[in-house]
Design a protein. Sequence first.
Length: 320
Amino acid sequence: MTVLILAREFDPQVDRLVEELRERDVPAFRTDLVAFPQALDLESRLGADGVDGVLKTPYRDLCLGEVRSVWYRHPSHFELPAGMSGPERRHATAEARCGFAGVLNCLDVLWVNYPGSESGAFKPRQLDVARRCGLSVPESLVTNKPDAVRDFAATVGGPLVVKALSAAMLVESGRLQTSYTRLVEPAELDDLAGVETTLHFFQQFVPKAYEARVTVVGDRVFGAAIHAGSEAARVDWRADYHALEYSLVEPPEPVVAGMLGFMRHFDLSFGAFDFVVTPDEEWVMLECNPFGAYGWLEDALDLPITSALADLLMDGGTAR
């Protein structure tokens, strides 16, 4: 039985897992949806006996009946042949998406994570579910109204941050840029021009003793404390990796229970949770990334996350 891995070509986390499975003599079939239809084909028959099919690349085939589990690790979009018109491209993309989803969703095996669980990536919904699962969350505002931002700032009575609601990566002047969380300076509240053009995500800035990245694999929990050594990293640790130090940390039991409840709500088998830990040792959840990276923490703290993920995918089981 084979582990099907749908992931981008360059992903160090996937490289680690493939090597771990190889050492365990567990077959893995790795491909990216960007390969369709240039270097990836799908053939599936649906009839009285159910669904059968095969994924084909120039190098090997995978019978769908031999899949024991699926790691859906944020694959790329389809790359259709050049020369197609706009309407042709939109139609072909929709057909490919519905066809792949319709066939692969017939696989009654464990998904890490099932694509429908991606709705859990929307920050406002995450925070509401986290609150209902007993986790502390920051006061937050989603708006395109400048006056609402000023009212929110007055209600919170302390510093605000603004962060992206969607992907934090964008292309500007031909270069890939990261949109980091940043503090809103008090003077900016007098002139919020541009806020009205789209929705923005403002949040109470929570005082930090340190931050924590907690990776949950199935019901196994791996906690890493992140200690910031610069002003930029204290606002968003991604802004200055060189100023970070790490240590092992064990989340309190109520926090673990809340995370596992959150995972069950969204039908997640993997999640990377980000917390602020306040000087009073309160754990405040910021978000959960169902595709979160973990390799650098695994190296820094010798956390067996890849091994736990391999265990999960090897065990397999039914999906839903």
